[in-house]
Design a protein around this ligand. Structure first.
Ligand code: PGA
Length: 254
């Protein structure tokens, strides 16, 4: 049985005091919900404060990015070792990083390796562009991204994958549950080929892209989808709580 996961990607939102407010608003409700891994990923500068706030809580912490070197003259970057001290998860290869910060498959691969070396659990994001989707290239793109992101990684037990079609991120245009389930199943098959069936069955694969409290159930009800990576809706405590609650109820029934 895979433990479902809902991860909130706050992106470049919230000052430290806003982060404090948001966590305080979410914490009591989230702590009442069992059987779901609840992860929040605030901006780097709020990690220490949020970590203190969630001490003794069931909420887990993640970062949104890292640099692949352990330390050195890399002005402005944050290393896996710095994060491993503070949090359990790290989002890697988000499409916004690929698009705006020129992260290539090779860089993503180095970051996944660096995260695993530091005992961080990567949430690896993959997904096709609108053009690739329209050209019917979704599976070819996904297979290529998996191969390049995971090249040379022979132990991927701690990895989580988030399938985020780029055309669905922040657009309000979510995929349908069936579409997302099909691609998620395809990702699982690829993991079985790259590693083995046992790992593929254990690996959590999330859907991401315009998930809200209103459409979350459609995704969570799908057998291949183990949860969601939530952007916009994770900044609103009632929405995020509702998504986590629905996940606990639906996956508890399946
Ligand atoms: P969104 O973002 O939920 O705002 O579409 C999801 C993501 O980018 O992880």
């Amino acid at each position: 049985m895979r433990i479902p996961m809902i991860a909130g990607n706050w992106k470049m939102n919230t000052t430290v005091s806003e982060a404090v407010e948001l966590v305080n608003e979410m914490r009591p409700g989230l702590d009442e919900i069992a059987n779901v891994d609840k992860v929040i990923c605030p901006p780097f500068i709020s990690l220490i404060t949020v970590r203190e706030l969630i001490k003794g809580s069931s909420i887990k912490l993640g970062a949104q990015n890292l640099y692949f070197e352990a330390k050195g003259a890399y002005t402005g970057e944050i290393s896996p070792l710095m994060l491993a001290d503070l949090c359990e998860f790290v989002i890697i290869g988000h499409s916004e990083r690929r698009q705006y910060f020129n992260e290539t498959g090779e860089i993503v691969n180095k970051k996944v390796k660096a995260a695993l070396r530091a005992k961080l659990k990567p949430i690896l994001c993959i997904g096709e562009s609108p053009e690739e989707n329209e050209a019917g290239r979704t599976e070819a793109v996904i297979a290529g991204q998996l191969r390049s992101s995971l090249a040379g990684i022979d132990f991927a037990a701690d990895l989580i994958i988030a399938y985020e079609p780029i055309w669905a991120i922040g657009t309000g245009k979510a995929a349908t549950g069936r579409q997302a389930n099909k691609t998620t199943g395809f990702i699982r098959q690829n993991i079985a080929q790259l590693y083995n069936e046992d790992l593929a069955q254990k690996m959590r694969i999330l859907y991401g892209g315009s998930v809200t409290a209103d459409n979350a159930a459609e995704f969570i009800n799908q057998p291949e989808i183990d949860g969601a990576l939530v952007g916009g809706a994770s900044l609103k405590a009632p929405q995020f709580l509702s998504i986590v609650k629905q996940t606990s109820e639906i996956k508890g029934r399946l």
